[in-house]
Write a new protein. Structure first.
Length: 129
């Protein structure tokens, strides 16, 4: 029988990556005032889906943050519209930022139209809208 007074070990690298991805995407949603309960549920769905994905491909653990951000962005587009809107382009039709690299570490929000990196995923709050 396990000792009830013992502390659990540290979370696995998979759980650490999933928690970090959740926190980064939620920070970006909060920064743009769109983190209501329905949207947070979309984040949880994306994290659950990516947990399965990384269990199938453990080498992809470093890609989870960008993939969760893309999954949430896609789900928001289907339900509510484009997110996050580009803060760089002041004229023309509003457009969403993209996550780059599409499958890689260190994901950033970029404006494909202007060809510039806007900020890291999780740091939209530091960018003026």
């Amino acid at each position: 029988m396990d000792d009830p007074t013992s502390l659990p070990g540290p979370p696995s690298p998979l759980e650490q990556a999933l928690h970090a991805a959740r926190a980064l995407v939620l920070a970006d949603l909060v920064a743009h005032d769109v983190a209501d309960a329905d949207v947070v549920s979309l984040v949880e769905d994306a994290v659950r889906h990516r947990r399965w994905w990384v269990e199938q491909w453990p080498d992809g653990v470093e890609f989870v943050a960008g993939l969760v951000a893309q999954d949430v962005q896609d789900a928001l587009l289907e339900r509510y519209g484009r997110w996050p809107l580009c803060p760089v382009c002041g004229s023309g039709d509003p457009h969403a930022l993209d996550v780059e690299p599409e499958l890689g570490p260190d994901p950033h929000w970029v404006c494909g139209k202007a060809g510039v990196v806007v900020t890291a995923v999780g740091s939209l709050g530091a960018v003026a809208r």
